[in-house]
Design a protein around this ligand. Structure first.
Ligand code: ADP
Ligand code: MG
Length: 305
């Protein structure tokens, strides 16, 4: 089917069983006559005239680039990713990936399209009057850096007094704006729904530790097996579709006050189940790999997206 001698570039995380997943991906693509080049870290790439080179590979001649390395992307990486995406099909596509790296941009687009998210506000950091209005209205605000991950930098502001004591610090911080969310009354558990190519792949739950309100593993959260309600899956599918991510991990919580499910976050590089999680019974890896292989095969064959 399609083009001959296809070559696909991969940049995949190696920890937590990522190396094993990558090997499976490479083998399954090989069965479809698609050659893989791994370890293409854009941080180590450079451009010369009409080419982008990495480890001796001309990346602009690849049939597809799969970028799947979690953690912070440098500005340099993002810049080259943006460039490469213009000439080579990238998964995730750059535009959607960049969108979901920003919580405000993502939530705004989701809400515009009628998808339930936490209530949020964005204002100039000097707009103390407005922030006071929001804390009156919501009682508790979660301050969030729009581009953070792992629960880092999230601060719960639970009274006007706390807000008052924060203002002098806000003025000192080098930030352009204040992004805040209504603190949701929820049971300290969430759903993580994995989506590939518009299809539901799997679900698990995360639970915050007793002393924290954040479910992130880095905040001490733990993973548990969880079957999602149909409503949760539909919400995740809608969120993935609106962001345009080919591969998405959608975090969802249940708002006890509003009695509704909300999208908390859309992740562009949701991790595969780690070996110890697979042992626990998280069994979506094979399905996720197969769906990815299908998607990469289709997108690298020169047909339209
Ligand atoms: N508005 C909120 N109300 C209640 N809990 C929240 C809210 N926002 C985030 N949290 C908790 O904090 C965790 C981290 O927030 P999230 O927006 O996913 O940022 P990160 O990118 O750092 O994971 C969530 O998994 C959730 O447990
Ligand atoms: Mg999160």
């Amino acid at each position: 089917m399609g083009k001959k001698n296809r070559k696909v570039g991969l940049w995949m995380y190696q920890n937590g069983g990522g190396d094993t997943i990558e090997k499976k991906l490479v083998n399954k693509l090989k069965e479809r006559d698609i050659e893989c080049v791994t370890g293409l870290n854009l941080n180590e790439a450079y451009a010369e005239n009409n080419h982008i080179y990495c480890n001796g590979i001309q990346m602009d001649t690849l049939d597809l680039f799969f970028s799947y390395n979690a953690g912070e992307q440098t500005q340099y990486q993002m810049y080259l990713y943006k460039t490469l995406d213009k000439v080579v099909p990238c998964i995730n596509n750059f535009e959607s990936f960049a969108l979901t790296e920003d919580k405000f941009q993502t939530d705004f687009l989701l809400r515009q399209n009628g998808v339930n998210t936490t209530d949020f506000c964005l204002c100039h950091r000097d707009d103390h009057k407005l922030l006071k209005q929001f804390i009156k209205q919501w009682e508790q605000i979660v301050y969030k850096p729009v581009d953070s991950w792992g629960g880092v930098g999230l601060t719960k502001i639970n009274s006007e007094m706390v807000l008052d004591t924060l203002f002098p610090f806000l003025d000192q911080l080098d930030m352009r704006f204040f992004y805040g969310e209504n603190y949701v009354d929820y049971d300290k558990t969430d759903y993580r729904i994995d989506i590939v190519d518009g299809e539901y792949i799997g679900c698990y739950g995360r639970k915050a530790p007793s002393k924290d309100w954040r479910t992130n593993i880095t905040s001490g959260g733990s993973i548990f097996l969880r079957e999602p309600e149909e409503e949760v899956v539909d919400l995740a599918l809608a969120a993935a579709k609106i962001t345009g991510l080919e591969v998405a991990g959608v975090d969802i919580i249940y708002d006890r006050k509003k009695k509704a499910f909300l999208v908390l976050e859309v992740n562009g590089i949701p991790a595969f189940a780690r070996p110890e999680q697979e042992e626990m019974g998280l069994d979506f890896n094979e399905k996720k790999i197969d769906k990815l292989v299908e998607l990469i095969d289709r997108r690298s064959s020169g047909f339209m997206r």
